[in-house]
Each structure stands twice: as C-alpha cells, then as structure tokens.
Design a binder for this molecule. Structure first.
Ligand code: HEM
Length: 162
C-alpha cells in the first residue's frame, strides 16, 4: 500500500476527529459550563471565533484528503462519480459536505453572531431566544451530517459502495 494513501487517510481521520470532537466539546462541555456566567456572551464569541478559524483548516483538509482517498480507491475521473459504486458513495459524501459547509457558514456568520449580539444586550430578549434556538438546531444538524459522513467513510473503507 502506498505511504501517501496511508498519510491521506490518517490526516482525513485526524481532521474529522477535530471537527466532530470540537463541535461536541463546545456543545456538551463549554456551553453548559458557561451558563449563567457574567462573561458568557464574550467568552462564547471568543471561543467560537477560534474554533471557526481552526475548523476552516480542518474542513479544507477533509476535502483535499477525501479527494485523494477517492483517487487511491480508483475514482480517477469525474465520470467515475456516477459510474462506479465507490464513486457514487464519494459523490454523496461530496454533496453532503457542501451542504454541511454552507450550513456551518450560516451558523457561524449569521445565526451565532446575531444570537450573541442580542445576548449581550440582556438575557430576557425574546429575539435572542429565537436566534439561540436556531443556532442550537442548526448546530445539531451539523453534528448529524458529520456522523453520516463518518458512516459513509466507514462503509467505503470496507468496500461497500452505492
Ligand atoms: C466533515 C466531513 C467528513 C468527515 C467527518 C469524514 C470522515 C471520514 C472518516 C472518519 C473516515 C474513515 C473511515 C474508516 O477508516 O473506517 C473517512 C473515510 C473516507 N472519506 Fe471521509 N469524511 C468527510 C468528508 C469527506 C469528503 C468530502 C470526501 C470526498 C471528497 C471523503 C472521502 C472519503 C473516502 C474516499 C474515505 C475512505 C478512505 C479509504 O479507506 O480509502 N470524505 N471519512
């Protein structure tokens, strides 16, 4: 087996671990830990920005190594994306990845920022509650999509295609 293929799969898995693990850590540990803290909005904004910057790199690594993995699995041309079982699985991963990246952008740039700006003006604001709810549900959808992407990767690795 080619060393570059091993390196690509390793980087792919490390980036997936960072992306999914980071999202779960923020949702399960950081957000509840800061509940009620006086500096909550400011700290969430700072942590969100730092995670956002690192996750852009993680998503870029996932995309590039995902394409390299497909190449090593014999998906060498665009037409293989619909004419071979692994290619179709790869195409599904690519499509879900694009949806996930757009949702993540919407979550970070629009929903999260609006919710935080309103939270800074006071917790009783009903507009803030609405944006917080939207951010939460889109965040959950991002986790679900990521888990589906991991599952598709596990299937491809075991030779299962579409
Ligand atoms: C957030 C996005 C993604 C996540 C979380 C993710 C996760 C994973 C994981 C954990 C594996 C390893 C499975 C195993 O070894 O059992 C994997 C494998 C794979 N992924 Fe992804 N992936 C993502 C995006 C992509 C994209 C965009 C592509 C295609 C362009 C892709 C193509 C592949 C391929 C071809 C494999 C099989 C590697 C092999 O064994 O040859 N992935 N993925």
């Amino acid at each position: 087996m080619h060393w570059a293929y091993i390196a690509s799969v390793l980087l792919h898995i490390l980036a997936a671990t960072f992306w999914l693990g980071g999202m779960l850590f923020l949702a399960i540990v950081v957000v509840p830990a800061l509940r009620g803290a006086p500096e909550r909005a400011r700290l969430l904004e700072r942590m969100g920005k730092l995670f956002e910057r690192a996750s852009v790199i993680a998503l870029a690594v996932l995309l590039v190594t995902g394409v390299v993995n497909l190449l090593f699995r014999g998906v060498a041309q665009v037409s293989d994306l619909w004419s071979s079982p692994v290619g179709r699985m790869g195409a599904l991963k690519l499509a879900l990845f694009v949806v996930m990246a757009i949702l993540s952008l919407w979550h970070n740039v629009v929903l999260g920022r609006r919710a935080l700006a309103l939270l800074q003006q006071g917790r009783e604001d009903p507009h803030a509650a609405r944006w917080v709810l939207w951010s939460r549900w889109v965040g959950r959808l991002l986790v679900l999509l990521s888990v589906i992407l991991v599952l598709l990767g596990v299937l491809i690795s075991r030779g299962i295609g579409l």
